[in-house]
Design a protein around this ligand. Structure first.
Ligand code: ZN
Length: 279
């Protein structure tokens, strides 16, 4: 989540730098609705379950790809002191709601286990899950320095909270769902989103103040909670009604309802299959 930590990845950082100019701290004086959205992982506010218990797609054991078939997008994320290409293992996971496998590139010493990755990914509703082309995992302290870039999620350290996974996929929704539908590369870059926050009087939590893009991703986590756990309005989120109503409309009420678990939903996009041969 704290994107600035992923300084190893020049392309990503420069892309974010362009986005973070004068307005990277929206409404720093606003109250924060939650102390952190990890509170939504377990039972909260009277709910009997949380994000961690959203029904996930069933899956078969991950299949390890042979050495030499590292996808280009994973190869680009390897670096000398983070993970060498030779230490990046590639797995394909077949979820029962998709004929195309999800691709996980995991460094051999990554903090997040393959089992945790596979399970947490299974709980992302398929219409959203299919928009992540590669999941990558690296070693690191705690769970930090996470990034999202053009369909690729990078996890550093031991990331077990379901809210973290929804947050990162939330960035993809900002780009590929809300952005695509409104004509912006990122919807959170639009005057519309800024006006929503300006008209509200609070933001989801302190991390939402890291930038408009993060405010969107945190609102998206809350939207996933609203769609799959319990009515978010029962948690007194009226102070951010504009943000909440907007993201709910974009991600769970209209279109493919990408953040809503729906039994029988299936993927409808091809999986990226490109790979490079190690040399
Ligand atoms: Zn983020």
């Amino acid at each position: 989540m704290p994107i600035s930590k992923s300084s190893l990845f020049g392309l990503f950082v420069s892309a974010l730098a362009l986005r973070a100019k004068a307005d990277d701290v929206p409404y720093n004086n606003y109250p924060e609705k939650f102390t952190g959205l990890n509170v939504l992982d377990g039972p909260y506010g009277g709910a009997s379950f949380g994000l961690q218990d959203i029904p996930g797609a069933s899956y078969t054991a991950p299949t390890k790809r042979p050495l030499g078939t590292l996808p280009q997008k994973c190869y680009e994320r390897t670096g000398s002191d983070t993970c060498s290409p030779e230490n990046m293992e590639v797995y394909e996971v077949n979820y029962n709601d998709c004929n195309e496998p999800a691709i996980i590139c995991r460094c051999t010493n990554a903090g997040t286990s393959l089992t945790t990755l596979t399970e947490r990914i299974s709980r992302i509703p398929v219409k959203a899950r299919q928009l992540i082309s590669h999941w990558t995992a690296f070693p690191g302290d705690g769970c930090g320095g996470i990034y999202y870039a053009n369909g690729v999620v990078g996890l550093f350290g031991t990331c077990t909270a379901q809210s973290v996974y929804f947050h990162e996929v939330g960035h993809a929704m900002d780009q590929y769902v809300a952005g695509a539908n409104t004509g912006y590369f990122w919807y959170s870059d639009s005057p519309d989103w800024r006006n929503k926050i300006a008209s509200d009087s609070c933001v989801p939590d302190s991390y939402a103040k890291a930038g408009y893009i993060e405010a969107y991703a945190q609102s998206a986590v809350m939207s996933a909670y609203h769609a799959n756990v319990q009515n978010i309005w029962s948690l007194d989120v009226g102070c951010m009604a504009g943000q909440m109503a907007t993201v709910n409309e974009q991600l769970i009420d209209k279109g493919q309802q990408v953040f809503k678990y729906r039994a029988g939903a299936t993927c409808d996009l091809p999986s990226p299959s490109g790979y490079v041969v190690l040399h």
